[in-house]
Ligand binder design. Structure first.
Ligand code: NAP
Length: 328
């Protein structure tokens, strides 16, 4: 096979940690009806990918091995669909139940949206699962003007999008984070507060008129905090609720795919309008997928960690957080 007939993909044959991920070369697939072949430029990594791989997610128990890794991608259509909805050369953002961590993917046309030219490849590849989870959660909670919203892990992948979009809807937003992220959150109009002991008092100081919504991304004491702050149960979302949202966004039945794609289209539009900015705290070559997961599992990403299939160099570049951590 010539290289044009091959693609690279990451798969696993059994549940486990990053060690089970295998880089494999496969024959280039051909798109079927209602499908396109996309050359991936960037792809996101998400905690739930790791939970699924580890076998923790029972909803995936029946998915046969080998399984692909990853759900978010952005790329260029290299073989379009028969009806001409997407043509060779179109720049797209898409989502898959599995297999986005690859040089090429076959994607249903119903799981793709066009990448606005103003949206960078790095943002586009990291947009889907974190962004759709954030948007779905804000829709579900009907966050709007008059709300005071507390969001945990507000500098992380989901939280940073959620916090900016809540602000854009007219809510006042308080975000929990470590002190190193205070300046970042302030720059995007979010009032930062450190997590940990004493958080209730710190939030009360920032929100003397009360809190109406609490979204716990991180999963520590969220319910007790929401109750203490007088947030109605209907306007509290736990980390377990978020997990349910993410799992539903990864279903591949037609209704779920259509819902996820509609959210992705709105996100692409919001990113194009600069309603939020997605920070990228790590950009790794696809072949360094295991390092990208290590970085993610440190739990201090600012924004998203993204993989690139066309890195300018395969050297590991020093990241701002490496500099910071070397001093600590
Ligand atoms: N329940 C589930 O099944 C489920 C599903 C998805 C994700 N999660 C969890 O949700 C968390 C955030 O998800 P993500 O995708 O946004 O991850 P992420 O991008 O990795 O989030 C990292 C952020 O978490 C913040 N953080 C670290 N320790 C914290 C703490 N004790 N309290 C509050 N925030 C803290 C960090 O802020 P600083 O760097 O400023 O400290 C960092 O900005 C992860 O821990 C993930 O495992 C749970």
């Amino acid at each position: 096979m010539s290289r044009h007939d091959e693609m690279t993909t990451f798969e696993y044959d059994r549940n486990g940690e990053v060690e089970v991920l295998q880089q494999r070369t496969r024959r280039m697939p051909s798109p079927g009806h209602d499908e396109v072949l996309v050359e991936v430029v960037t792809a996101g990594v998400n905690h739930i990918d790791g939970f699924i791989r580890s076998g923790r997610e029972e909803a995936w128990a029946d998915v046969p091995f080998p399984r692909g890794s990853g759900s978010d991608f952005a790329g260029i259509v290299v073989a379009g669909d028969a009806d001409g909805r997407f043509r060779r050369g179109d720049e797209v953002i898409g989502h898959l139940r599995q297999g986005a961590h690859a040089s090429h993917v076959i994607a249903p046309v119903g799981a793709l949206v066009r990448k606005p030219p103003s949206v960078s490849w790095e943002t586009a590849g990291g947009l889907f699962l974190a962004g759709a989870t954030a948007l779905d959660t804000l829709d579900d909670l009907r966050v709007g003007p008059g709300d005071t919203v507390v969001i945990s892990a507000a500098a992380g992948g989901v939280g940073s999008i959620e916090a900016q979009l809540a602000k854009q809807r007219g809510a006042r937003v308080i975000g929990t984070c470590g002190e190193r992220n205070f300046d970042y959150l302030r720059q995007v109009g979010i009032r930062p507060v450190t997590y940990g002991a004493g958080i209730e008092e710190r939030i009360r100081e920032l929100a003397p008129d009360g809190v109406t919504v609490l979204i716990d991304n991180f999963g520590q004491d969220g319910r007790a905090l929401a109750e203490a702050l007088g947030v109605p149960a209907s306007r509290y979302r736990s980390s377990a609720d978020r997990r349910e949202t993410e799992l539903s966004l990864l279903q591949d039945d037609p209704d779920s795919v259509a819902h996820a794609t509609a959210l992705l289209a709105r996100l692409a539009h919001l990113a194009d309008e600069h309603a939020f900015t997605l920070l990228i705290s790590g950009y790794y070559p696809l072949t360094e997928l295991a390092s990208a997961y290590d970085d993610l599992q440190n739990l201090h990403a600012r924004g998203k960690i993204v993989l690139g299939t066309h890195p300018v160099t395969t050297y590991r570049t020093l990241k701002a957080r490496d500099v910071q951590e070397a001093r600590d």
